[in-house]
Design a protein around this ligand. Structure first.
Ligand code: XIL
Length: 333
């Protein structure tokens, strides 16, 4: 076959000697993006469908239909599944937080046992607690309804329950702004304390919602070093590289300027070169989506502002960013 027309070797195969390449999927993209998924990714994360509000919207009313479909899709293709997420302050129904400490702890127990138990042996890792650390200020923990309702040990409790429900799953603490020097010190402190107390937390997830200009390579390396010093596994769990610098309103462009896509490709090259350096501690790098036609950044942090943060374009064609990531490694033969 003419080299120029040869399909690029699947990304996950190229990275087989390094780490898994994952993607967030949702109930729609599981079908609409199935071809790209199967070709390039060997780990999937449910974008919303395993969050508390989706999977247990009412007490003991579990909705496993879509998560089961995702699990079947993955299992049939030898793709791993990351579980996301058990205990979070967002996308969790209000009923979970009504009542006192004992009631919250009991709901947490039923939820974790049901959800982790159902996918025991099939979901290889779980984001057990998501975003518990405060961004700024002196406090280590975010003022969340979990903290208010159960006190600080809601975190340890969640990890113990998850470990009981699937002793083989790798259990992660997952957060954003994870490369910020102040916040990374708090995340390091929290996970270090938990591990000293014997709590089964095995990994730290770096969400990786990054931009063209930030965080710096220096902060990325410093964060990977600091987290790895705890002796835990690392994953980049929600990587995307926004082409926007901040919260400025939409420029109105229907397509990204070619030079912007080139800058993004250079940025992806830089980021993946760092990840490859750390392959001894990084087990997976998951993109928060597959192609630019389905990205949460179209509505975050500004509603209705188009963004192009992923490796494939709105027509599912590989972008310069894809080539930059693929170029870093030779295809496996
Ligand atoms: C986002 C989803 O992508 C959106 O579809 C949803 O509306 C909000 O949540 N950190 C996380 C993810 O841990 O679960 C979030 O996902 C993005 C930020």
């Amino acid at each position: 076959m003419d080299e120029a027309h040869a399909a690029p070797a699947g990304l996950w195969k190229r990275y087989a000697g390094h780490f898994r390449i994952g993607a967030a999927v949702n109930r729609r993209t599981l079908d609409s993006h199935a071809r790209l998924l199967a070709e390039h990714f060997n780990s999937i994360t449910a974008e919303n469908e395993m969050k508390w509000g989706s999977i247990e919207p009412n007490p003991d009313d579990f909705r496993f239909e879509v998560p089961d479909r995702m699990a079947a899709f993955a299992t049939a293709r030898g793709i791993g599944i990351r579980g996301h997420t058990l205990v979070w302050h967002n996308q969790t129904p209000a009923w979970v937080f009504s009542g006192g400490r004992m009631e919250l702890a009991e709901r947490m127990r039923r939820h974790i046992q049901a959800v982790v138990g159902r996918y025991r042996g099939r979901i290889y890792c779980w984001d057990v607690v998501n975003e518990a650390v405060a961004d700024a200020g002196g406090d280590r923990l975010r003022a969340s309804p979990w903290l208010e309702g159960m006190g600080e040990d809601y975190i340890a409790h969640a990890f113990q329950l998850a470990h009981g429900a699937d002793p083989d799953a790798t259990l992660f603490y997952n957060d954003y702004n994870e490369t910020d020097p102040g916040k990374r010190a708090k995340i390091h402190g929290l996970v270090g304390d938990l591990r000293r107390e014997g709590v089964p937390v095995h990994g730290i997830g770096l969400q990786g919602h990054w931009r063209l200009d930030a965080p710096s390579a220096r902060d990325i390396r410093a964060s990977l070093d600091l987290y790895a010093s705890l002796g835990v596994r690392l994953q980049v769990t929600e990587l995307d590289v926004s082409v926007h610098a901040g919260r400025e309103p939409a420029a109105g462009a229907a397509e990204p300027a070619p030079e912007l896509l080139e800058r993004q490709a250079e940025r992806y090259a830089e980021i993946f070169a760092i990840f490859r350096e750390y392959r001894a501690v990084i087990d997976a790098v998951t993109l928060w989506g597959i192609a630019d036609d389905a990205t949460w950044l179209d509505n975050f942090p500004v509603r209705g502002r188009k963004d192009w943060p992923l490796l494939f374009d709105t027509h599912h064609r590989p972008k310069p960013a894809f080539a930059a990531v693929a170029r870093g490694v030779e295809p496996a033969r």
